[in-house]
Write a protein that binds this ligand. Structure first.
Ligand SMILES: *Cc1c(COP(=O)(O)O)cnc(C)c1O
Length: 202
């Protein structure tokens, strides 16, 4: 079930949202240690108790950040993929300082310029990264979710260029249906749910 093989330089993030405890345990037993969640409360339920037992766990927040949850986010997660607006960058930076936990962060890019999607407009990337760094955030890369029902390739290609333009070496992109394409365009972190776990249980 967890037999996905990827190039050595690519990190597999197993997206465990909406999965059962049984399947999550099976993933741990299969040796997976990097997991992605998009909701804080569910992530706490899945992982809070496991953190002390599996000391090499790496938890990635891949979903929207709410300002009233940042303290919980900084306490639980090890990496944040969804820094997507100035207000949240400010609150996150403050919280990381308070907890003295300086987590690596990805800036989420609204690569399709979709009005309903969160993320920084591609044209604003450089200025936003500078703003985040001024606040003290450790920006390591860019993340995106390309528009659904479109060929993802041109979006992955734009993300690769955007990362190059900003001297960032890490790219979080690619999901179950398009991770191979994403890797071809330089993804270093793929976020895979259904392809690993089967259909979501809940
Ligand atoms: C759910 C989710 C994934 C995983 O999606 P699959 O299609 O099941 O692989 C990846 N990234 C984000 C941001 C998600 O919310």
């Amino acid at each position: 079930m967890f037999d996905l093989t990827l190039p050595d330089h690519v990190t597999l993030i197993a997206v465990s949202k909406n999965q059962s405890y049984v399947k999550i345990q099976a993933a741990l037993d299969a040796g997976l240690r990097q997991f992605g969640e998009n909701r804080v409360q569910e992530a706490q339920r899945h992982w809070q108790d496991k953190k002390s037992h599996y000391t090499d766990l790496v938890l990635h927040l891949i979903g929207p950040l709410q300002s009233n949850k940042t303290a919980d986010v900084v306490a639980l997660f090890d990496c944040i993929h969804s820094v997507d607006r100035p207000k949240i960058a400010k609150i996150l930076a403050h919280e990381m300082h308070t907890q003295n936990r300086h987590l690596p962060c990805f800036v989420q890019i609204n690569i399709g310029n979709e009005s309903q999607k969160s993320g920084i407009a591609p044209a604003e990337t450089k200025a936003f990264i500078a703003q985040c760094r001024e606040l003290g955030l450790n920006i390591v890369g860019l993340m995106a979710i390309p528009p659904v029902d479109h060929d993802a390739k041109p979006y992955f290609q734009q993300m690769q260029q955007l990362a190059r333009d900003n001297n960032l070496t890490q790219l979080s992109m690619g999901m179950s249906d398009d991770y191979e394409q994403a890797i071809a365009y330089g993804a270093t972190h793929v976020r895979i749910g259904s392809r690993l776990f089967g259909a979501r249980d809940i």
